[in-house]
Design a protein around this ligand. Structure first.
Ligand code: CA
Length: 273
């Protein structure tokens, strides 16, 4: 796992109710530890009478609390954080007549590397030099059907059961999270989002918008575009950008200066002839 400098990472996150729903059951947050490590979390709650909003808030707070107060190997820390969030939401859901649950995705950035964790159908994407790659698999029934060749992606996008989840935080006493390392290079962007974003915008629109270098402007634009496309659900986006290293930027400036000098010399020679 390549070393990261947390001081050279920019992040921004925001959430919006969309244009149809009156309440926003999505939550997002960024946490920072005393050693500079960062954790970005997005959660999308499910349940009536704001039970979903409570589930996503408790999950985000629990994951952040475990990150801030414990140490250890990154993957173990993320597994613990998601397991404890699941226990809390599951216990609350037992008292709720219609149950409650939430998705959660998290990206952990430390000096020894980056990792992600996922339960549900919120997603993490990596954008690199104009190419977009999804790093998470949805724990949804339609995703499973597509993966096993029983349904096309187009059919899944409009299927009445497209929101049915096979795993969510709070669904059962124990819910495993997908946890793994994320390889990051300078200039890369990481997008965390709820389905209210990826359901409205296709990969081309996401990729085009992620080219925007400033994460806060990028998040604003993504939410604006999802609302313009319909805003049928709550919309949440968090963007992480790994800045280029000062050394690389120095090299680029040096090459630009050399190129400019060569142009000036060429013009001077041409004028002298
Ligand atoms: Ca949603």
């Amino acid at each position: 796992m390549a070393a990261l400098d947390p001081r050279r990472i920019l992040t921004a996150a925001d959430t919006d109710p969309g244009r149809v729903r009156t309440e926003n059951q999505d939550r997002c947050a960024e946490f920072e530890a005393t050693d500079g490590a960062r954790l970005v979390v997005v959660a999308d709650g499910m349940g009536g009478h704001d039970a979903g909003g409570l589930a996503s808030r408790v999950a985000v707070e629990t994951i952040g609390e475990v990150f801030r107060t414990r140490s250890g190997p990154a993957e173990e820390l993320l597994r613990q954080a998601f397991a404890e969030a699941n226990v809390r939401v599951h216990e609350m859901g037992a008292k709720e007549p219609h149950g409650m649950g939430t998705t959660a995705v998290a990206v952990l950035l430390r000096s020894d590397g980056a990792w992600l964790a996922n339960v549900g159908d919120s997603r993490v994407y990596r954008w690199r030099s104009g190419s977009l790659e999804r790093l998470t698999e949805d724990h949804s029934w339609v995703f499973q059907e597509v993966a096993q060749g029983r349904m096309t992606r187009e059919e899944a996008a409009t299927h009445p059961r497209r929101n049915a989840l096979l795993r969510s935080i709070g669904m059962d006493e124990e819910i495993p999270a997908d946890v793994g390392p994320v390889e990051l290079l300078p200039g890369d962007r990481i997008l965390l989002c709820s389905d209210g974003l990826w359901d409205e915008l296709d990969d081309a629109a996401l990729s085009h918008t992620l080219a925007e270098p400033e994460p806060a402007a990028c998040v604003r634009r993504l939410i604006e575009l999802a609302n313009r496309a319909g805003g049928q659900d709550n919309i949440t986006a968090a963007v992480i950008r790994l800045l280029e290293t000062p050394q690389r930027r120095g090299h680029r400036l040096a090459w630009t200066a050399i190129a400019a000098l060569l142009v000036i010399i060429s013009i001077a020679r041409w004028c002298g002839t």
